[in-house]
Ligand binder design. Sequence first.
Ligand code: NOJ
Length: 543
Amino acid sequence: MDTAWWHGSVIYHIYVRSFQDSNGDGIGDLRGLLSRLDYLKELGVDALWLSPIFASPNRDFGYDVSDYYAIQPELGTIDDVHALIQEANKREIRIIFDLVLNHTSDEHPWFIESRSSKDSEKADYYIWSDDIPNNWMGAFGGRAWTFDQSRGQYYLHSFLKEQPDLNWRNNAVAEALFKMVRYWLELGIDGFRLDVINLIIKDETLRSNPKIVGSRPRPYDLQRHIFDRNRLESHAKIRQLRSVIDEYDGRMLVGEIMAELPGEPELAASYLGKENDELHLSFDFSLAYARFTASSWKRVAKRWYEATGSKRDPSWVLSNHDLPRFSSKVRGNRHKLKLAALFLLTQRGAVFIYYGEELGLPNSRVCPKEMHDPLGKKYWPFHRGRDLSRGPMVWSIGPGNGFSEAKSWLPVTKDANFYSVENQNLEPDSLLNFYRTAIALRKGDTVLTMGHCTFIEAENPHLLIYCRTLGAERRLIVLNMSSGYQTCSLADLVPGEEIAALRLFSTHPEGRAEERGLGPLELAPWQGSVYDLVAQRRKSRSS
Ligand code: NOJ
Protein backbone atom coordinates (compact mmCIF):
# COMPACT_ATOMS: atom_id res chain seq x y z
CA MET A 1 0.00 0.00 0.00
CA ASP A 2 1.28 3.46 -0.92
CA THR A 3 1.47 5.29 2.40
CA ALA A 4 2.25 8.80 1.18
CA TRP A 5 0.84 11.20 3.76
CA TRP A 6 -1.71 12.90 1.50
CA HIS A 7 -3.73 9.73 0.90
CA GLY A 8 -6.75 10.13 3.12
CA SER A 9 -5.39 13.38 4.53
CA VAL A 10 -7.36 16.27 5.97
CA ILE A 11 -5.95 19.58 4.79
CA TYR A 12 -6.98 22.85 6.39
CA HIS A 13 -7.04 25.89 4.14
CA ILE A 14 -6.07 29.15 5.85
CA TYR A 15 -6.63 32.58 4.40
CA VAL A 16 -3.75 34.02 6.41
CA ARG A 17 -4.97 37.66 6.41
CA SER A 18 -8.12 36.53 8.20
CA PHE A 19 -6.98 33.83 10.61
CA GLN A 20 -5.27 35.52 13.55
CA ASP A 21 -3.74 38.94 13.95
CA SER A 22 -0.75 39.12 16.30
CA ASN A 23 0.37 42.74 16.00
CA GLY A 24 -2.86 44.70 16.24
CA ASP A 25 -3.12 45.96 12.67
CA GLY A 26 -6.40 44.19 11.91
CA ILE A 27 -4.70 41.81 9.46
CA GLY A 28 -3.96 38.17 10.19
CA ASP A 29 -0.31 37.12 10.08
CA LEU A 30 2.08 34.19 10.44
CA ARG A 31 2.81 34.86 14.11
CA GLY A 32 -0.91 34.79 14.74
CA LEU A 33 -1.24 31.52 12.91
CA LEU A 34 1.67 30.13 14.90
CA SER A 35 -0.21 30.87 18.10
CA ARG A 36 -3.16 28.78 16.88
CA LEU A 37 -1.32 25.60 15.99
CA ASP A 38 -2.56 23.80 19.10
CA TYR A 39 -6.13 24.42 18.01
CA LEU A 40 -5.33 22.87 14.62
CA LYS A 41 -3.59 19.94 16.25
CA GLU A 42 -6.62 19.30 18.41
CA LEU A 43 -8.85 19.52 15.35
CA GLY A 44 -6.75 16.71 13.92
CA VAL A 45 -5.69 18.09 10.53
CA ASP A 46 -2.64 16.73 8.68
CA ALA A 47 -1.58 19.82 6.77
CA LEU A 48 -2.22 23.52 6.33
CA TRP A 49 -2.56 25.16 2.94
CA LEU A 50 -1.68 28.82 3.37
CA SER A 51 -3.12 31.35 0.93
CA PRO A 52 -0.27 33.30 -0.78
CA ILE A 53 2.21 34.88 1.60
CA PHE A 54 4.81 36.18 -0.84
CA ALA A 55 5.50 39.88 -1.39
CA SER A 56 2.65 41.43 -3.32
CA PRO A 57 1.11 44.84 -4.06
CA ASN A 58 -2.17 43.14 -3.11
CA ARG A 59 -4.12 44.00 -6.24
CA ASP A 60 -5.43 40.46 -5.90
CA PHE A 61 -4.31 39.81 -2.32
CA GLY A 62 -1.19 37.80 -2.88
CA TYR A 63 -2.18 36.28 -6.22
CA ASP A 64 -0.01 38.99 -7.75
CA VAL A 65 3.49 38.15 -6.57
CA SER A 66 6.26 40.73 -6.83
CA ASP A 67 8.96 38.59 -5.20
CA TYR A 68 8.76 34.81 -4.83
CA TYR A 69 11.59 34.84 -2.31
CA ALA A 70 10.21 37.45 0.07
CA ILE A 71 7.39 37.30 2.60
CA GLN A 72 4.69 39.98 2.44
CA PRO A 73 5.70 42.29 5.34
CA GLU A 74 2.18 42.66 6.75
CA LEU A 75 2.01 38.86 7.04
CA GLY A 76 5.42 38.29 8.61
CA THR A 77 9.04 37.47 7.92
CA ILE A 78 11.14 34.57 6.75
CA ASP A 79 11.94 33.87 10.41
CA ASP A 80 8.24 33.43 11.02
CA VAL A 81 8.13 30.88 8.19
CA HIS A 82 11.01 28.96 9.80
CA ALA A 83 9.25 29.04 13.16
CA LEU A 84 5.98 27.98 11.59
CA ILE A 85 7.51 24.98 9.84
CA GLN A 86 9.32 23.93 12.98
CA GLU A 87 6.35 24.30 15.31
CA ALA A 88 3.90 22.73 12.86
CA ASN A 89 6.20 19.76 12.25
CA LYS A 90 6.54 19.25 16.01
CA ARG A 91 2.80 18.73 15.98
CA GLU A 92 2.97 16.50 12.89
CA ILE A 93 1.30 19.13 10.78
CA ARG A 94 2.63 19.84 7.29
CA ILE A 95 2.76 23.19 5.55
CA ILE A 96 1.70 23.79 1.96
CA PHE A 97 2.18 27.10 0.21
CA ASP A 98 -0.07 28.60 -2.41
CA LEU A 99 2.03 29.15 -5.51
CA VAL A 100 1.04 31.35 -8.42
CA LEU A 101 2.97 30.25 -11.50
CA ASN A 102 0.67 31.43 -14.28
CA HIS A 103 1.32 35.13 -13.70
CA THR A 104 3.23 37.57 -11.55
CA SER A 105 2.55 41.09 -10.40
CA ASP A 106 3.35 43.87 -12.87
CA GLU A 107 5.73 45.02 -10.11
CA HIS A 108 7.81 41.86 -10.35
CA PRO A 109 11.35 42.73 -11.54
CA TRP A 110 10.93 40.27 -14.44
CA PHE A 111 8.00 42.24 -15.80
CA ILE A 112 9.66 45.58 -15.17
CA GLU A 113 12.60 44.39 -17.24
CA SER A 114 10.43 42.70 -19.86
CA ARG A 115 8.35 45.79 -20.48
CA SER A 116 11.44 48.03 -20.63
CA SER A 117 12.45 46.90 -24.13
CA LYS A 118 12.00 44.22 -26.76
CA ASP A 119 15.74 43.57 -26.48
CA SER A 120 15.91 43.08 -22.72
CA GLU A 121 17.10 39.78 -21.32
CA LYS A 122 13.61 39.10 -19.98
CA ALA A 123 11.85 40.26 -23.17
CA ASP A 124 10.20 36.85 -23.67
CA TYR A 125 9.33 36.19 -20.05
CA TYR A 126 5.78 37.37 -20.75
CA ILE A 127 3.47 37.15 -23.75
CA TRP A 128 3.69 40.20 -26.00
CA SER A 129 2.00 41.12 -29.25
CA ASP A 130 2.13 44.11 -31.62
CA ASP A 131 -1.65 44.25 -31.80
CA ILE A 132 -4.56 42.59 -30.03
CA PRO A 133 -4.33 39.13 -31.58
CA ASN A 134 -7.57 37.53 -30.39
CA ASN A 135 -10.82 37.86 -28.42
CA TRP A 136 -9.48 36.64 -25.07
CA MET A 137 -10.95 38.32 -22.01
CA GLY A 138 -9.58 38.89 -18.51
CA ALA A 139 -11.40 36.90 -15.83
CA PHE A 140 -11.67 40.09 -13.75
CA GLY A 141 -13.07 42.23 -16.56
CA GLY A 142 -12.00 43.83 -19.83
CA ARG A 143 -9.82 42.40 -22.53
CA ALA A 144 -6.93 40.10 -21.65
CA TRP A 145 -4.55 42.42 -23.56
CA THR A 146 -3.24 45.75 -22.32
CA PHE A 147 -1.01 48.16 -24.21
CA ASP A 148 2.28 49.01 -22.59
CA GLN A 149 3.61 52.44 -23.56
CA SER A 150 7.26 51.81 -22.82
CA ARG A 151 7.54 48.68 -24.92
CA GLY A 152 4.96 49.74 -27.49
CA GLN A 153 3.22 46.35 -27.44
CA TYR A 154 0.29 44.57 -25.82
CA TYR A 155 0.83 42.02 -23.05
CA LEU A 156 -1.45 39.19 -22.00
CA HIS A 157 -3.11 38.97 -18.57
CA SER A 158 -5.72 36.32 -17.84
CA PHE A 159 -6.78 38.21 -14.71
CA LEU A 160 -6.12 41.87 -13.80
CA LYS A 161 -3.88 44.00 -15.99
CA GLU A 162 -1.58 44.10 -12.96
CA GLN A 163 -1.17 40.30 -13.27
CA PRO A 164 0.73 39.69 -16.53
CA ASP A 165 0.87 36.05 -17.67
CA LEU A 166 4.27 34.39 -17.74
CA ASN A 167 5.44 32.83 -20.99
CA TRP A 168 5.85 29.16 -20.10
CA ARG A 169 6.90 28.38 -23.67
CA ASN A 170 10.17 30.06 -22.78
CA ASN A 171 12.28 27.44 -20.99
CA ALA A 172 14.13 30.12 -19.07
CA VAL A 173 10.85 31.01 -17.31
CA ALA A 174 10.19 27.42 -16.29
CA GLU A 175 13.78 27.04 -15.06
CA ALA A 176 13.61 30.25 -13.03
CA LEU A 177 10.37 29.08 -11.42
CA PHE A 178 11.73 25.59 -10.72
CA LYS A 179 14.74 27.15 -9.03
CA MET A 180 12.41 29.07 -6.75
CA VAL A 181 10.35 25.93 -6.07
CA ARG A 182 13.53 24.11 -5.01
CA TYR A 183 14.39 26.98 -2.66
CA TRP A 184 11.15 26.49 -0.73
CA LEU A 185 11.42 22.72 -0.80
CA GLU A 186 14.92 22.95 0.69
CA LEU A 187 13.49 25.15 3.39
CA GLY A 188 11.08 22.39 4.38
CA ILE A 189 7.80 23.21 2.66
CA ASP A 190 5.74 20.03 2.20
CA GLY A 191 4.06 20.97 -1.03
CA PHE A 192 2.22 23.54 -3.07
CA ARG A 193 -1.29 24.42 -4.07
CA LEU A 194 -0.84 25.55 -7.66
CA ASP A 195 -3.01 28.45 -8.72
CA VAL A 196 -4.87 28.01 -12.06
CA ILE A 197 -2.24 25.54 -13.19
CA ASN A 198 -4.22 24.54 -16.29
CA LEU A 199 -3.73 28.05 -17.69
CA ILE A 200 0.05 28.08 -17.90
CA ILE A 201 0.33 27.28 -21.61
CA LYS A 202 -1.63 29.22 -24.21
CA ASP A 203 -2.29 28.37 -27.82
CA GLU A 204 0.92 28.78 -29.79
CA THR A 205 -0.72 30.92 -32.48
CA LEU A 206 -3.02 32.71 -30.02
CA ARG A 207 -6.27 31.73 -31.77
CA SER A 208 -9.56 33.28 -30.65
CA ASN A 209 -11.86 31.29 -28.38
CA PRO A 210 -15.26 30.24 -29.76
CA LYS A 211 -18.12 32.35 -28.41
CA ILE A 212 -21.01 31.06 -26.30
CA VAL A 213 -24.44 32.46 -27.02
CA GLY A 214 -26.27 33.74 -23.97
CA SER A 215 -26.13 36.49 -21.44
CA ARG A 216 -23.78 36.45 -18.48
CA PRO A 217 -22.66 39.47 -16.46
CA ARG A 218 -19.01 38.61 -17.08
CA PRO A 219 -17.95 38.60 -20.76
CA TYR A 220 -15.22 36.09 -19.82
CA ASP A 221 -17.99 33.52 -19.36
CA LEU A 222 -19.25 34.01 -22.90
CA GLN A 223 -16.35 32.09 -24.43
CA ARG A 224 -15.34 28.49 -24.54
CA HIS A 225 -11.82 28.62 -23.17
CA ILE A 226 -10.15 26.15 -25.46
CA PHE A 227 -7.21 28.28 -26.58
CA ASP A 228 -6.29 30.05 -23.34
CA ARG A 229 -6.58 26.98 -21.07
CA ASN A 230 -5.84 23.25 -21.03
CA ARG A 231 -3.40 23.19 -23.93
CA LEU A 232 -1.88 19.76 -24.34
CA GLU A 233 1.65 21.06 -23.78
CA SER A 234 0.76 22.13 -20.23
CA HIS A 235 0.86 18.47 -19.18
CA ALA A 236 4.51 18.18 -20.18
CA LYS A 237 5.34 21.28 -18.11
CA ILE A 238 3.52 19.88 -15.10
CA ARG A 239 5.43 16.61 -15.48
CA GLN A 240 8.66 18.62 -15.37
CA LEU A 241 7.50 20.35 -12.22
CA ARG A 242 6.54 16.99 -10.73
CA SER A 243 10.03 15.67 -11.35
CA VAL A 244 11.44 18.64 -9.44
CA ILE A 245 9.11 17.82 -6.54
CA ASP A 246 10.11 14.17 -6.69
CA GLU A 247 13.74 15.11 -6.02
CA TYR A 248 12.53 15.54 -2.42
CA ASP A 249 10.79 13.02 -0.18
CA GLY A 250 7.12 13.26 0.66
CA ARG A 251 6.26 16.52 -1.11
CA MET A 252 2.87 17.08 -2.67
CA LEU A 253 1.31 19.10 -5.48
CA VAL A 254 -2.37 19.98 -5.52
CA GLY A 255 -3.59 21.96 -8.49
CA GLU A 256 -6.44 24.34 -8.98
CA ILE A 257 -8.03 23.50 -12.31
CA MET A 258 -10.10 26.35 -13.66
CA ALA A 259 -13.11 24.76 -15.31
CA GLU A 260 -16.49 25.49 -16.83
CA LEU A 261 -19.27 25.66 -14.24
CA PRO A 262 -20.54 23.60 -12.47
CA GLY A 263 -17.33 21.58 -12.61
CA GLU A 264 -15.47 19.14 -14.83
CA PRO A 265 -14.14 16.18 -12.83
CA GLU A 266 -12.69 14.50 -15.92
CA LEU A 267 -10.64 17.60 -16.65
CA ALA A 268 -9.40 17.86 -13.06
CA ALA A 269 -8.49 14.15 -13.14
CA SER A 270 -6.59 14.54 -16.41
CA TYR A 271 -4.05 16.71 -14.58
CA LEU A 272 -3.13 13.82 -12.30
CA GLY A 273 -1.46 12.29 -15.35
CA LYS A 274 -2.17 9.00 -17.05
CA GLU A 275 0.89 7.56 -15.34
CA ASN A 276 0.27 9.38 -12.05
CA ASP A 277 3.16 11.62 -13.00
CA GLU A 278 1.58 15.08 -12.89
CA LEU A 279 -0.24 16.49 -9.84
CA HIS A 280 -0.83 14.35 -6.77
CA LEU A 281 -4.21 15.98 -6.22
CA SER A 282 -6.43 18.36 -8.14
CA PHE A 283 -9.56 20.33 -7.38
CA ASP A 284 -12.91 19.80 -8.94
CA PHE A 285 -15.59 22.09 -7.51
CA SER A 286 -18.69 20.19 -8.63
CA LEU A 287 -19.72 19.42 -5.07
CA ALA A 288 -19.66 23.08 -4.09
CA TYR A 289 -22.09 23.84 -6.94
CA ALA A 290 -24.30 20.77 -6.54
CA ARG A 291 -27.70 20.88 -4.82
CA PHE A 292 -27.62 19.41 -1.33
CA THR A 293 -29.61 16.31 -2.21
CA ALA A 294 -28.78 12.60 -2.15
CA SER A 295 -29.10 12.26 -5.93
CA SER A 296 -26.93 15.30 -6.77
CA TRP A 297 -24.17 14.46 -4.33
CA LYS A 298 -24.15 10.84 -5.40
CA ARG A 299 -23.94 11.83 -9.07
CA VAL A 300 -21.06 14.19 -8.39
CA ALA A 301 -19.14 11.73 -6.22
CA LYS A 302 -19.55 8.83 -8.64
CA ARG A 303 -18.35 10.95 -11.51
CA TRP A 304 -15.32 12.11 -9.53
CA TYR A 305 -14.41 8.55 -8.52
CA GLU A 306 -14.88 7.31 -12.07
CA ALA A 307 -12.69 10.11 -13.42
CA THR A 308 -9.89 9.53 -10.93
CA GLY A 309 -10.07 5.70 -10.93
CA SER A 310 -8.84 3.44 -8.19
CA LYS A 311 -5.17 4.45 -8.35
CA ARG A 312 -5.55 8.21 -8.03
CA ASP A 313 -7.05 10.29 -5.25
CA PRO A 314 -10.07 12.55 -5.57
CA SER A 315 -10.14 15.60 -3.31
CA TRP A 316 -13.22 16.96 -1.62
CA VAL A 317 -14.05 20.62 -1.14
CA LEU A 318 -17.15 22.46 0.06
CA SER A 319 -15.89 26.01 -0.29
CA ASN A 320 -12.79 28.17 -0.49
CA HIS A 321 -11.65 31.79 -0.70
CA ASP A 322 -13.26 32.19 -4.15
CA LEU A 323 -16.62 30.60 -3.36
CA PRO A 324 -19.45 31.44 -0.98
CA ARG A 325 -19.21 29.64 2.36
CA PHE A 326 -20.99 26.30 2.49
CA SER A 327 -22.82 27.20 5.70
CA SER A 328 -24.65 30.03 3.92
CA LYS A 329 -25.75 27.61 1.22
CA VAL A 330 -27.56 25.45 3.79
CA ARG A 331 -28.62 28.48 5.87
CA GLY A 332 -26.53 27.43 8.83
CA ASN A 333 -28.61 24.28 9.47
CA ARG A 334 -26.35 22.44 11.88
CA HIS A 335 -27.68 18.99 10.98
CA LYS A 336 -26.95 19.59 7.32
CA LEU A 337 -23.50 20.88 8.16
CA LYS A 338 -22.71 17.75 10.15
CA LEU A 339 -24.05 15.55 7.40
CA ALA A 340 -21.90 17.29 4.78
CA ALA A 341 -18.86 16.95 7.04
CA LEU A 342 -19.57 13.26 7.56
CA PHE A 343 -19.87 12.76 3.81
CA LEU A 344 -16.51 14.41 3.18
CA LEU A 345 -14.73 12.66 6.01
CA THR A 346 -15.87 9.24 4.87
CA GLN A 347 -14.59 9.61 1.30
CA ARG A 348 -11.41 8.19 -0.14
CA GLY A 349 -8.84 10.79 -1.11
CA ALA A 350 -8.02 14.12 0.49
CA VAL A 351 -10.48 16.35 2.33
CA PHE A 352 -10.02 20.12 2.34
CA ILE A 353 -11.57 22.20 5.11
CA TYR A 354 -11.77 25.95 4.59
CA TYR A 355 -11.00 27.78 7.85
CA GLY A 356 -14.16 28.40 9.84
CA GLU A 357 -16.04 25.64 8.02
CA GLU A 358 -15.66 23.55 11.17
CA LEU A 359 -17.58 26.30 12.99
CA GLY A 360 -20.30 26.62 10.38
CA LEU A 361 -19.13 30.17 9.75
CA PRO A 362 -21.47 31.89 7.27
CA ASN A 363 -20.57 34.54 4.70
CA SER A 364 -19.78 37.97 6.13
CA ARG A 365 -21.80 40.90 4.99
CA VAL A 366 -19.54 43.22 3.03
CA CYS A 367 -21.07 46.35 1.54
CA PRO A 368 -19.56 47.80 -1.65
CA LYS A 369 -17.85 50.56 0.36
CA GLU A 370 -15.90 48.00 2.41
CA MET A 371 -15.07 45.72 -0.48
CA HIS A 372 -11.45 44.87 -1.31
CA ASP A 373 -11.90 42.11 -3.87
CA PRO A 374 -11.28 43.31 -7.44
CA LEU A 375 -13.90 40.89 -8.80
CA GLY A 376 -16.59 42.18 -6.46
CA LYS A 377 -15.65 45.80 -7.14
CA LYS A 378 -15.99 45.25 -10.86
CA TYR A 379 -19.15 43.15 -10.96
CA TRP A 380 -21.17 44.05 -7.86
CA PRO A 381 -24.13 43.40 -7.48
CA PHE A 382 -24.09 40.60 -10.11
CA HIS A 383 -21.11 39.14 -8.32
CA ARG A 384 -21.11 40.08 -4.65
CA GLY A 385 -17.38 39.61 -4.42
CA ARG A 386 -15.20 37.07 -2.71
CA ASP A 387 -14.64 39.08 0.48
CA LEU A 388 -17.78 37.60 1.95
CA SER A 389 -16.09 34.22 2.38
CA ARG A 390 -12.82 35.75 3.60
CA GLY A 391 -14.00 37.25 6.90
CA PRO A 392 -12.04 36.94 10.17
CA MET A 393 -11.92 33.66 12.06
CA VAL A 394 -13.95 33.88 15.25
CA TRP A 395 -12.12 32.55 18.28
CA SER A 396 -13.77 33.96 21.36
CA ILE A 397 -16.83 35.69 22.71
CA GLY A 398 -16.59 39.48 22.91
CA PRO A 399 -15.40 42.43 20.84
CA GLY A 400 -13.09 41.44 17.99
CA ASN A 401 -13.81 37.77 18.70
CA GLY A 402 -10.17 37.07 19.43
CA PHE A 403 -9.08 37.79 15.86
CA SER A 404 -7.65 41.25 16.44
CA GLU A 405 -7.67 44.08 18.92
CA ALA A 406 -7.98 46.51 16.03
CA LYS A 407 -10.75 46.90 13.50
CA SER A 408 -10.40 43.87 11.25
CA TRP A 409 -9.64 44.43 7.57
CA LEU A 410 -12.95 42.76 6.68
CA PRO A 411 -16.04 42.80 8.88
CA VAL A 412 -16.56 39.98 11.36
CA THR A 413 -19.58 37.85 10.57
CA LYS A 414 -22.94 38.51 12.20
CA ASP A 415 -23.54 36.34 15.31
CA ALA A 416 -19.80 35.81 15.64
CA ASN A 417 -20.09 35.02 19.37
CA PHE A 418 -22.38 32.13 18.62
CA TYR A 419 -20.03 30.66 16.01
CA SER A 420 -16.87 31.26 18.02
CA VAL A 421 -14.55 28.46 19.07
CA GLU A 422 -15.01 29.48 22.71
CA ASN A 423 -18.77 29.05 22.51
CA GLN A 424 -18.60 25.78 20.61
CA ASN A 425 -16.09 24.35 23.07
CA LEU A 426 -18.73 24.78 25.78
CA GLU A 427 -21.26 22.71 23.92
CA PRO A 428 -20.56 18.97 23.57
CA ASP A 429 -22.86 18.67 20.58
CA SER A 430 -21.42 21.63 18.64
CA LEU A 431 -20.36 21.41 15.01
CA LEU A 432 -16.75 22.00 16.04
CA ASN A 433 -16.81 19.03 18.40
CA PHE A 434 -18.45 16.97 15.69
CA TYR A 435 -15.62 17.83 13.28
CA ARG A 436 -13.05 16.84 15.90
CA THR A 437 -14.71 13.47 16.46
CA ALA A 438 -15.34 12.77 12.77
CA ILE A 439 -11.74 13.63 11.83
CA ALA A 440 -10.52 11.34 14.62
CA LEU A 441 -12.81 8.59 13.33
CA ARG A 442 -11.33 8.97 9.84
CA LYS A 443 -7.74 9.13 11.03
CA GLY A 444 -8.19 6.08 13.19
CA ASP A 445 -9.68 3.91 10.48
CA THR A 446 -7.70 2.94 7.36
CA VAL A 447 -10.94 1.67 5.81
CA LEU A 448 -12.20 5.25 5.79
CA THR A 449 -8.97 6.77 4.52
CA MET A 450 -7.95 4.14 1.98
CA GLY A 451 -10.87 1.81 1.34
CA HIS A 452 -12.53 1.48 -2.04
CA CYS A 453 -15.89 3.29 -2.28
CA THR A 454 -18.99 1.77 -3.88
CA PHE A 455 -22.36 3.43 -3.95
CA ILE A 456 -25.45 1.40 -3.20
CA GLU A 457 -28.62 2.12 -5.13
CA ALA A 458 -31.33 2.57 -2.53
CA GLU A 459 -35.01 2.65 -3.38
CA ASN A 460 -35.46 5.56 -1.05
CA PRO A 461 -34.33 8.65 -3.02
CA HIS A 462 -33.49 10.58 0.14
CA LEU A 463 -30.77 8.21 1.22
CA LEU A 464 -27.18 8.37 0.09
CA ILE A 465 -25.58 5.03 0.87
CA TYR A 466 -22.09 3.77 0.20
CA CYS A 467 -19.67 1.14 1.35
CA ARG A 468 -15.98 1.52 2.00
CA THR A 469 -13.99 -1.68 1.67
CA LEU A 470 -10.41 -2.51 2.50
CA GLY A 471 -9.52 -6.19 2.38
CA ALA A 472 -12.09 -7.98 4.48
CA GLU A 473 -13.12 -4.87 6.38
CA ARG A 474 -16.21 -2.92 5.44
CA ARG A 475 -17.94 0.23 6.61
CA LEU A 476 -21.42 1.18 5.54
CA ILE A 477 -22.34 4.85 5.47
CA VAL A 478 -25.97 5.89 5.33
CA LEU A 479 -26.91 9.56 4.98
CA ASN A 480 -30.46 10.79 5.20
CA MET A 481 -30.47 13.93 3.06
CA SER A 482 -34.03 14.94 3.83
CA SER A 483 -36.05 16.69 6.49
CA GLY A 484 -38.13 13.58 7.24
CA TYR A 485 -37.51 10.30 9.04
CA GLN A 486 -36.33 7.57 6.66
CA THR A 487 -35.89 3.86 7.09
CA CYS A 488 -34.11 1.17 5.17
CA SER A 489 -33.31 -2.45 5.68
CA LEU A 490 -29.72 -3.39 6.16
CA ALA A 491 -30.35 -6.82 4.65
CA ASP A 492 -31.66 -5.17 1.46
CA LEU A 493 -28.75 -2.79 1.18
CA VAL A 494 -26.11 -5.48 1.09
CA PRO A 495 -28.03 -8.47 -0.30
CA GLY A 496 -26.41 -11.84 -0.28
CA GLU A 497 -24.23 -10.88 2.60
CA GLU A 498 -24.87 -11.94 6.08
CA ILE A 499 -23.90 -9.11 8.26
CA ALA A 500 -24.16 -7.82 11.69
CA ALA A 501 -24.06 -4.11 12.24
CA LEU A 502 -22.24 -2.27 14.89
CA ARG A 503 -23.15 1.36 14.96
CA LEU A 504 -19.91 3.23 15.07
CA PHE A 505 -20.81 6.82 14.68
CA SER A 506 -23.69 9.15 13.97
CA THR A 507 -24.36 12.82 13.35
CA HIS A 508 -27.13 12.66 15.95
CA PRO A 509 -26.06 12.17 19.57
CA GLU A 510 -28.96 9.84 20.35
CA GLY A 511 -27.71 7.53 17.58
CA ARG A 512 -24.32 6.94 19.08
CA ALA A 513 -25.23 3.91 21.15
CA GLU A 514 -23.99 0.56 19.99
CA GLU A 515 -26.46 -1.42 17.99
CA ARG A 516 -26.05 -4.85 16.56
CA GLY A 517 -28.19 -6.90 14.25
CA LEU A 518 -29.88 -6.93 10.91
CA GLY A 519 -32.92 -4.90 11.81
CA PRO A 520 -34.23 -1.92 9.83
CA LEU A 521 -32.31 1.29 10.20
CA GLU A 522 -34.18 4.40 11.13
CA LEU A 523 -32.58 7.74 10.43
CA ALA A 524 -33.77 11.04 11.82
CA PRO A 525 -33.94 14.09 9.50
CA TRP A 526 -30.46 14.87 8.15
CA GLN A 527 -28.94 12.05 10.13
CA GLY A 528 -25.91 10.21 8.87
CA SER A 529 -24.37 7.09 10.39
CA VAL A 530 -21.35 4.92 9.89
CA TYR A 531 -21.69 1.20 10.51
CA ASP A 532 -19.05 -1.41 10.83
CA LEU A 533 -20.05 -4.45 8.82
CA VAL A 534 -19.04 -7.76 10.24
CA ALA A 535 -19.70 -11.08 8.55
CA GLN A 536 -22.27 -12.94 10.57
CA ARG A 537 -20.99 -16.12 12.15
CA ARG A 538 -21.86 -19.32 10.24
CA LYS A 539 -23.23 -20.74 13.47
CA SER A 540 -26.04 -18.26 13.55
CA ARG A 541 -27.03 -19.23 9.99
CA SER A 542 -27.57 -22.87 10.87
CA SER A 543 -29.36 -22.07 14.12
C1 NOJ B 1 -7.41 31.56 -8.51
C2 NOJ B 1 -7.35 32.01 -7.09
O1 NOJ B 1 -7.97 31.05 -6.27
C3 NOJ B 1 -8.03 33.35 -7.04
O2 NOJ B 1 -8.24 33.79 -5.73
C4 NOJ B 1 -7.19 34.34 -7.82
O3 NOJ B 1 -7.84 35.58 -7.86
C5 NOJ B 1 -6.98 33.85 -9.26
N1 NOJ B 1 -6.62 32.47 -9.31
C6 NOJ B 1 -5.88 34.63 -9.93
O4 NOJ B 1 -4.64 34.28 -9.40
